[in-house]
Design a binder for this molecule. Structure first.
Ligand SMILES: CC(C)(COP(=O)(O)OP(=O)(O)OC[C@H]1O[C@@H](n2cnc3c(N)ncnc32)[C@H](O)[C@@H]1OP(=O)(O)O)[C@@H](O)C(=O)NCCC(=O)NCCS
Length: 270
């Protein structure tokens, strides 16, 4: 409250629990920036700002793995390709990054949000045996496919028969559970969905990066929408690196394919 804001209404307009900024002061969640700079890493500060506390070493390890897993998938990924195309249009790195981030949605890169929802729905049923978990999972999966989509979020991949991020993340999750860092209920739920989805299938549809990172976010208690935000944060690193590389390589108005290849015209003469 000040003389020009006697009721504090103006100061409260952007009231925040995150940062306290005043002349000569920068505090994040009550921690002086000098302490954070000396003692903490970027992953810990991401957790501090988004969740309000410091992660345990086990939580930090898992969050870091989720961020690293989502960092890049090369120029065949629309988020990377569209950032690289933008970088050849003379718009600057900030626009190129925004372009890449803007295509991260329910189908590309953003399925983790729905996958956390799916796993939360299974975990909420509190199944207390493997058989009960399988039955609950069947019911939740059927309901999801009837009401939302036959494509379960966090499963399948356009060209990886098995997503190379699946095994290493599952290993970390199993280690974290053995160390008592996580309860493991979202891990069990994810593996149960994979088993149910693949019953009777000759070509399996395994968990993808969005699925294994959703297991991490679920175990860490991250809300679904925030899980997508964290994926975007990780992928932004790859988007930036590719936009910067493209900027250095040059190239002007690069389209999605070389100009010698023309899209097939399927229309008739009007
Ligand atoms: C990523 C994705 C678009 C790849 O699809 P695709 O390679 O074109 O797979 P197809 O559409 O050819 O599907 C092949 C088969 O697997 C099934 N399938 C693939 N992904 C599936 C999923 N997530 N849930 C249920 N079934 C799935 C299809 O129904 C199809 O079955 P059919 O042969 O009996 O018809 C698809 O798996 C998907 O939408 N996944 C969910 C969204 C997601 O997690 N996206 C992040 C990807 S990293």
């Amino acid at each position: 409250m000040t003389a020009i804001d006697p009721t504090g209404q103006v100061a409260d307009w952007w009231a925040t629990d995150i940062s306290n900024i005043a002349p000569g002061v920068i505090e994040l969640r009550g921690n002086a920036i000098a302490e954070l700079l000396r003692e903490r890493g970027f992953t810990e500060v991401i957790w501090l700002l988004t969740s309000g506390g410091f992660p345990t070493p086990g939580q930090r390890r898992l969050l870091e793995a989720a961020l690293v897993a989502s960092v890049d998938h090369g120029p065949q990924a629309p988020s990377i390709a569209s950032a690289r195309m933008a970088a050849t249009c003379g718009v600057g790195l900030n626009n190129a990054i925004a372009n890449g981030v803007n295509v991260l949605g329910d189908v590309h890169g953003g399925a983790g949000q729905q996958c956390v929802e799916l796993l939360n729905a299974i975990v909420a049923e509190g199944a207390d045996s493997e058989e009960a978990l399988r039955a609950v999972t069947r019911r939740v999966v059927t309901q999801w496919q009837q009401e939302r989509s036959r494509f379960l979020p966090g499963f399948g991949h356009r060209f990886h028969p098995v997503d190379p991020r699946r095994e290493p993340i599952l290993d970390l999750l199993h280690e974290a559970r053995a160390a008592g860092d996580i309860a493991g209920r979202h891990v069990d739920a994810g593996l149960a969905v994979e088993a149910v989805l693949n019953e009777g299938r000759s070509r399996p549809v395994p968990i993808n990066v969005d699925g294994v990172t959703a297991m991490i976010y679920g175990e860490l208690g991250v809300p679904p929408e925030l899980a997508r935000g964290l994926f975007v944060l990780g992928r932004s690193v790859g988007i930036l690196a590719h936009a910067w590389e493209q900027t250095q390589q040059g190239g002007r108005i690069k389209g999605p394919v070389p100009p010698s290849i023309l899209p097939t015209y399927t229309g008739a003469r009007a």
